[in-house]
Design a binder for this molecule. Structure first.
Ligand code: PHE
Length: 370
């Protein structure tokens, strides 16, 4: 365990645990995951950079932008409406009234444009409050791309049409570079900062998998950034999602381990690795049922569980919901799956965790245990 354990109780999220805890608010894992050349996230990042920069050498990369940003940068500057759900403290980690842990790398679009940068790729850790399962973790990594275009690019074509076409070609090429010749489709989407907006999906093991969001940048952002009279396109993609699919990584918590049984399987520059799971220890399931309070949210529940159990919690799943016909009160039953990736857990240890979880759920969520 080379990474220092840290407590971020100020945010009420994670406590010291057997796993390296994500670097909330600071770059605590050193070097950060996506900057380690032989970490799966670093391998994918490098491969994408190489591909995109070969096609467009003007693209500059930014990998160390600080993850605590202003509310203005995270939301207002990219036109996120005042009533958008992502602004809710139930979804985004507020560090103060005016600052958040960025929930997307788009938080840096305007800042870089204003610095005079017309073509860039940003990679960094982003933070979201969410439910707990094998594909969700409160911190993950995104890559953002933005490209300003001028009349010299679009010539006699309609500028927005040109931007859309170049964007789609670029990203289809990237998907092919990563996945080989796969089936792909474009799906219309909504993002406040692009219009039109799209998502790219690929057919992977028989299922359509969303790999990125993108679109033609809203003109007011381009203008505000100091590039009036030009156009831009942008995209954002999640690195863990890509890495899990490409390398067969079954659980998102693995990205944070220092276990050499994980890390030694990956090699800088090699996109061909298929992860071979080392012994999977048995999970242990515990149920907890309670009557909801008005303020109850599932994200808050997950936060409480994670604060107690850290990376020992693999999943929190609603298995039963019941509304009392007379009182109108609703009860939820959640099943918590505890599992360590590196050792067997003892009954004693799990029972103790579960008792603490029950106590904290009762105290912090103001619900009535059943
Ligand atoms: N910021 C978006 C997200 O996190 C992704 C995105 C980036 C979409 C840039 C369009 C353009 O989902």
């Amino acid at each position: 365990r080379a990474t220092p354990q840290r407590s971020i109780s100020a945010l009420g999220v994670l406590r010291d645990q057997e796993w390296p805890v994500p670097p909330f608010g600071t770059h605590a894992s050193s070097p950060p995951l996506a900057r380690r050349p032989s970490h799966p996230l670093g391998i994918i990042k490098t491969s994408i950079y190489e591909y995109l920069q070969k096609a467009d050498p003007a693209l500059k990369t930014f990998d160390d932008l600080y993850p605590v940003v202003t509310v203005k940068a995270n939301f207002d500057d990219v036109l996120v409406p005042a009533d958008h759900v992502s602004r809710n403290p139930n979804d985004t980690y507020y560090v103060s009234d005016a600052t958040v842990l960025r929930c997307h790398t788009s938080a840096h679009q305007l800042e870089l444009l204003k610095r005079g940068e017309p073509a860039f790729l940003i990679t960094g850790d982003v933070y979201r409050r969410d439910s707990i399962d094998s594909t969700h973790y409160p911190v993950f990594h995104q890559m953002e791309g933005l490209r300003v275009l001028g009349p010299e690019d679009w010539g006699s074509m309609e500028p927005t049409q040109y931007a859309e076409t170049q964007l789609k070609q670029t990203l289809e090429g990237l998907a092919q570079h990563l996945f080989g010749s796969v089936e792909m489709r474009w799906v219309d989407a909504y993002f406040p900062f692009t219009e039109p907006s799209f998502e790219l999906e690929i057919l992977f093991k028989g299922e359509w998998l969303e790999v990125l969001g993108c679109g033609v940048t809203q003109q007011s952002i381009v203008d505000d950034g100091g590039f009036a009279g030009r156009k831009a396109w942008a995209f954002g993609l999640g690195l863990e999602r890509l890495a899990m699919v490409l390398f067969d990584i079954p659980d998102i918590r693995l990205f944070w381990t220092e276990d050499s049984r994980f890390l030694s399987q990956f090699k800088a520059g090699s996109m061909k690795t298929k992860f071979k799971p080392y012994s999977k220890y048995p999970p242990c399931f515990k149920d907890v049922a309670f009557w909801l309070s008005d303020s109850f949210t599932e994200n808050n529940l997950c936060e409480v569980v994670r604060a107690v159990a850290g990376d020992l919690v693999e999943e929190v799943k609603l298995i039963d919901s019941f509304t009392h016909p007379k009182t109108g009160k609703t009860s939820h039953c959640y099943r918590i799956a505890y599992r360590s990736m590196q050792r067997s857990l003892t009954d004693e240890e799990i029972n103790e965790l579960q008792w603490t979880v029950r106590r904290d759920i009762e105290n912090q969520l103001k619900v009535e245990l059943r």
